[in-house]
Design a protein around this ligand. Sequence first.
Ligand SMILES: [Zn+2]
Length: 519
Amino acid sequence: MHTKHTDKSIALWVFSAAIALLYSLVIGLIEFQGVPVSDFYSFAVTSLQWGVVVFCSCGLVVLLTCNRWVFSVLFPLLLVVSAVLCYFRFAIGLSITPMAVEIFFANATDISMADSLINWKLIVVFLLSVTLAAILVYIRWKRVRTSHRQSVVLGLVGFVIVLCPVTLIKRIQPAVGARLPYALYFSTRQYLNSRHEVLTERNTYTRVDAGPSATPPDVIFVIGESLRADHLPFNGYERNTMPHLATDTAVISFGNMYTDFVYTEASVPHLLTCWKADDPDKAFEEQSFVTLFKKAGYRTAWFANQDVSASYSYFAHECDTIVYCSPLSSLYSYDKWLDGDIVPHFDGWMDASNTAPSLAIVHTIGSHWWYKSHYSENQAVFKPEIMHKNVGDLSREAMINSYDNTIVATDEFLHQIIDKLRDRNAIMVFVSDHGESLGENGVYLHATEDEYLHYPACLFWYSGTYGSLFADKIAALRANRLHSYNTSAVFHTVLSLADITTPTKTDSLSLLYHRRALL
Ligand SMILES: [Zn+2]
């Protein structure tokens, strides 16, 4: 005689552990494919990170299995969404980033986009995952032996593990939060934070006038990433990391620019807004110079080649147009992620210009860590390069070589942007958000505290037409290039170079303000 007890032959904890491991191991393997490893040590470190990601993922699934109603609703959803996203990862290199979430929401009702993404392979993946979810839900109801005590214990264990990446252990948050399943939560949260900032009303320049020049130039403002001034040939570096720009006589480099801010989210708002040393937080509350350019009749666009974080999403949305150049890339995917990919978008936008002058803000990925993602094989001039991603186990020589190769890539990228501007009345401003530590004090990368983070590269390039129309401005830049400045000068400098008339601009704070020559 069959009893209810023998029908339900699987203990809840066995079912829970099996489903958690099955889901997490498969997802973990897919998420870590492509991570560079070159020796036993780097393999061991990557395996440890993989273990942490799998462990946290297991916690979530265990939490979902502890109650059969919760399991029946949420687990199929998790499984089907994960399967579809993994399919897109293989098909189009998708990573779950806030940009990808934004694009999803922006196009959720766009039938033509759905049409171009749906094919028979996706339908097979979808149907298989739905079938698997249905079978597991059936087993959870009909075959799993539950007890109140086991449910409570598993629920508590799962809940505590989920809290680890979400709030308890901040250290593991970036690596776990960039990967499934937690990427769904963290990227959506970041996207919603950005939306909140974008929708917050800022009226800084509502009643401020801004008038254009009689001959308004196109202004291209390029935000560099982690590029330190002392690795450029203009500033005394012994390597020619910028072979194109080094031979261009219209390039002017400021080698002594200081920034107080050593990571992107803090630095970018301070490049775009009018703030003073006694009130740096204004950068997070005000409108940027984009609004003043718009008032002066400019068409404006933001070209994003990295995530638009909440701290500067408002400024990106101040522009008439936002172009996401690599919306599917993640710092954890290790695929090629090049600024050269911005060029076709930029060229197309410039070609579409009408009579209005153009302001383009180009946010590059530049010299961000994992360096090898950000230059092509042709640009690997300095060798040996880094071959795995565990900073502590890499030689300083390889770190610097690969870092310098990213500058070769930036040089080629800027050269391509300049090519588009040669025949126009145009000026390009390039300022990196901060520097990068390259082992001088035993410190690498950025976002810690190290003096090398405080000196970002700062370059200008002007077209022939601009040089003759605004000869005094170019002379002022040339005269001042060896002086020391703070990045608070950038806002006033950009408005001065555009020759925009506005009471917000303070000439004495700009890089063009006449300084006594250096002795
Ligand atoms: Zn940065």
